[in-house]
Design a protein around this ligand. Structure first.
Ligand SMILES: C[S@@+](CC[C@H](N)C(=O)[O-])C[C@H]1O[C@@H](n2cnc3c(N)ncnc32)[C@H](O)[C@@H]1O
Length: 237
């Protein structure tokens, strides 16, 4: 069987890894890993501009008014803070992270720092820019988050997220990454395998043909060299 097809229906499922719920995953050592790089700034060596291949401010600068940026899995929020200093007073900057900044600092008035899981949080507005810089690697339902994030984009907004197809698996642990990338491309995402980066231009409502069944925190290191989560799915008609 080619590696990217789901197991045949009707056959008993072969044993796969033990899969965790969202709450269990968030308590696991792979997510609560204090050696992660959570301190990327806006530009420079350890930065969003470098990881995303473009300076987030360049996209926001083209907005006629009130530029808005939602950063999912924002870590210390350094990139947002640096952006706040360069954007007008009507900018809207939102960072969402499970842990939030470990070093508490007063927030600039344009920045809202939300401590929450992206599994449960949803914004009350749309954004010109939505980013997730090396955050999906720790999220169980990555495809569900990408589908929700697509709906949080403004009509001419831009979504940029790092994504590792190898982390997407069927229930039995076999590879589902090619199927996931095909479905994402069919929904309008571009995927650069070289940069492990998804890009979506323009907000939309979409449903991917995957049903999330749980996360494997023992999937091992991904392309970044850091331990990452395996996201397991069944097909959804
Ligand atoms: C590798 S760090 C990247 C942080 C930041 N984007 C950067 O590049 O500096 C991954 C971040 O994802 C956060 N994270 C993991 N699971 C999450 C979840 N379910 N909801 C929100 N944040 C999560 C972690 O707390 C961590 O801050």
């Amino acid at each position: 069987m080619p590696p990217d097809l789901p197991p045949p229906s009707g056959s008993p499922p072969p044993p796969g890894p033990r899969l965790l719920s969202g709450d269990e995953l968030e308590r696991s050592s792979v997510v609560a890993n204090n050696t992660m790089n959570r301190e990327r700034g806006l530009v420079g060596v350890n930065s969003y501009a470098r990881e995303l291949g473009q300076d987030p401010l360049a996209h926001l600068a083209s907005r006629p008014a009130a530029p808005s940026w939602l950063d999912l899995c924002s870590g210390e929020g350094r990139a947002l803070r640096e952006a706040a200093g360069a954007l007008p007073a009507d900018a809207v900057l939102t960072g969402v992270d499970l842990v939030g900044p470990l070093v508490p600092r007063p927030s600039p008035p344009t920045l809202e720092e939300v401590v929450a899981s992206v599994d449960h949080w949803a914004p009350a507005r749309t954004y010109d820019l939505v980013t997730c810089v090396h955050g999906l690697h720790y999220v169980g339902d990555q495809l569900g988050l990408l589908a929700r994030a697509a709906s949080w984009l403004a009509p001419d907004g831009l979504l940029l997220a790092h994504f590792d197809p190898d982390s997407v698996r069927w229930a039995d642990g076999s590879a589902a990454g090619r199927a996931a990338v095909s479905a994402l491309r069919a929904a309008g995402f571009d995927y650069s395998a070289r940069h492990h980066r998804l890009t979506l231009r323009g907000g939309r409502s979409l449903a991917l043909p995957f049903r999330y069944i749980g996360a494997d925190p023992a999937a091992g290191p991904n392309y970044t060299g850091q331990p990452a989560v395996g996201s397991h799915y069944e097909t959804r008609a």
